[in-house]
Design a protein around this ligand. Sequence first.
Ligand code: UDP
Length: 235
Amino acid sequence: MTKRVLVKFSGEALAGKEGYGIDTKILKFIANEIKTLIDAGVEVAIVVGGGNIIRGVSAAADGIIKRTSGDYMGMLATVINGVAIQEALEHIGLEARLQSAIDMHEIGESFIVRRARRHLEKGRVVVFAGGTGNPYFTTDTAATLRASEIEAELLIKATKVDGVYDKDPNKYDDAVKLDTLSYEQALTKEIKVMDDTSIALARENGLPIVVCNMFEEGNLLAIIKGDMSLGSIVK
Ligand code: UDP
């Protein structure tokens, strides 16, 4: 069984049916899923996105807001989501610590890898927010980076889909789910797992990535226990 895992939740996943903002029912669901991992003795870190609130590229689309400023707005959005996830985890009795890549001492700890590791060893869930702290990156890259830094054995990208397909399943009826793919395959342009920066970093650090449907109850724990058929694995 995996001992230390990092789970990446996109901002969009938190939005629920509304398509924006934060649905507390989803927060509760996520917290309960994380609890099953903690109860099984797994050390869990989380990276959260911000797409339910704002994304740099869209904010800067008409040129009024500069891309870099839009990206900082996006990073701030991830902190809002991080606070929400921390609350949901504590609400069901877990211990959680929010660490931000952008210093915000009143809201959370600064990102300090040694401190994060110590929290994990003590059974606390560490929620990493603020992305990488740099514009032009994504929270997927932040997830790969933090997973590598804390020496997680596995990165789970928790999504709305059950895995990676050879082509867009929304467009093609004959799209086939790939159970296993190499980093090289994940870098080809037809395949959308994560952006190239995050895949390249995962390859360099030998970090396996599982893409799975987070809305199926019990999926995360089953994957941690080794049932990779519930998603697609990039390794
Ligand atoms: N962002 C950034 N640097 C990072 C991570 C995120 O500038 O290291 C910004 C970027 O504008 C991005 C936004 O924050 O669009 C929200 O993150 P992302 O789009 O990755 O969220 P998700 O798609 O997972 O909800």
